[in-house]
Design a protein around this ligand. Structure first.
Ligand code: 5GP
Length: 345
């Protein structure tokens, strides 16, 4: 008989952060830099842990540079195509991660790349469904072959799988199934988990084993990024919020005098056509293609996001990003914004 979990699971839109008495005088006193030492690789990281999604139209070299300028680590290597494909190829950032799937030939290609570019210290093993035994075995195999690289693995949304992946050799677990701005997994499959609860539960499981997590997907505004950190995320990964900029990939389109940039999910028909020649018969696409109004340089957006998070820290009395989750009390709400002059600002 199917089981029903009656505990309510929450999303970013269901909560606000409760303000707390604070001794901070200004946002400029807030330090957003975090330092981590990873559980299995023993490597260290220092930076502002907001990272771009490994998607064609977001995880570009230009985006990495822009994030690096404001001390974002960015740290991303984009891979294409992404979710659930059998074959992958890799695009490397000079300073960051090689991203790989688990298909035939991926292990060999990953090995070739990491041997050829020894500066790449991060490996991102990224599949839409991180729950398969095959994936767990792949994480073990990669760990055995690369004992000193930092391994990011995902995506999952529950504590027991976070633990299994960490114990199999991963250092950082990517959390999120279905929250993405161009994701249609929940619609096509009925599977998912509200992102705020997923982050709270997965962070708790990971931190118990000295592991780390990335909250991946679902952030629509700087306040959501702050909520993800408040929920316990060590890193927050952004797709849609970084789309539509000069540094984003994707074709520029002009319509009625307005410029737009194409932004598509890595399991969308657009991505599958681009990387695999089309959607295979046995599967459905699980991503959308949208046109995002062109927003200019991403630096302004990044500063807006980081400024928002700094301000959150002052409201709850956290002088460092590290203290934010300890200072967080979420209150459940039924309404977030006053939309009398429109919902967008
Ligand atoms: P966003 O920040 O846009 O809300 O979410 C970005 C995340 O959505 C990515 O990091 C990735 O995990 C996920 N994603 C990207 N493309 C697709 C897709 O086509 N289908 C699904 N299900 N998820 C996607």
């Amino acid at each position: 008989m199917p089981r029903i979990e009656n505990d309510i699971k929450l999303d970013f839109k269901d909560v606000l952060l409760r303000p707390k008495r604070s001794t901070l005088k200004s946002r400029s006193e807030v330090n957003l830099t975090r330092s981590f030492t990873f559980r299995n690789s023993k490597q260290s990281y220092e930076g502002i842990p907001v990272i771009a999604a490994n998607m064609d139209t977001v995880g570009t070299f230009e985006m990495a540079r822009a994030l690096g300028k404001v001390r974002g680590p960015l740290g991303y290597a984009t891979r294409s195509p992404s979710h659930q494909f059998e074959t992958f190829h890799f695009i490397l950032f000079s300073n960051i991660a090689a991203s790989s799937g688990t298909g035939q030939g991926d292990f060999e290609r990953l090995s070739e790349i990491l041997c050829a570019v020894p500066q790449v210290r991060y490996i991102c093993l990224d599949v839409a469904n991180g729950y398969s035994e095959h994936f767990v075995q792949y994480v073990k195999d990669v760990r055995e072959r690369f004992p000193e690289h930092t391994i990011i693995a995902g995506n999952v949304v529950t504590g027991e799988m976070v633990e299994e992946l960490l114990l199999s050799g991963a250092d950082i677990i990517k959390v999120g199934i279905g929250p993405g701005s161009v994701c249609t997994t929940r619609k096509k499959t009925g599977v998912g988990y509200p992102q705020l609860s997923a982050v709270i539960e997965c962070a708790d499981a990971a931190h118990g084993l000295n592991g780390h997590i990335i909250s991946d997907g679902g952030c629509t505004c700087p306040g959501d990024v702050a909520k993800a950190f408040g929920a316990g995320a060590d890193f927050v990964m952004l797709g849609g919020m970084l789309a539509g900029h000069s540094e984003s990939g994707g074709e520029m389109i002009e319509k009625g005098g307005q410029q737009y940039k194409l932004f598509y999910g890595m399991s969308s028909e657009t991505a599958m056509k681009r990387h695999a020649g089309g959607v295979a018969d046995y599967r459905a696409s699980e991503g959308k293609t949208v046109e995002v109004p062109f927003k200019g340089d991403v630096e302004h957006t990044i500063r807006d996001i980081l400024g928002g998070v700094r301000s959150t820290c002052t409201y709850v009395g956290a002088s460092k990003l590290k203290e934010l989750s300890r200072r967080t009390t979420f209150i459940r709400v039924t309404e977030q914004l006053n939309t009398v002059f429109g919902a967008s600002n």
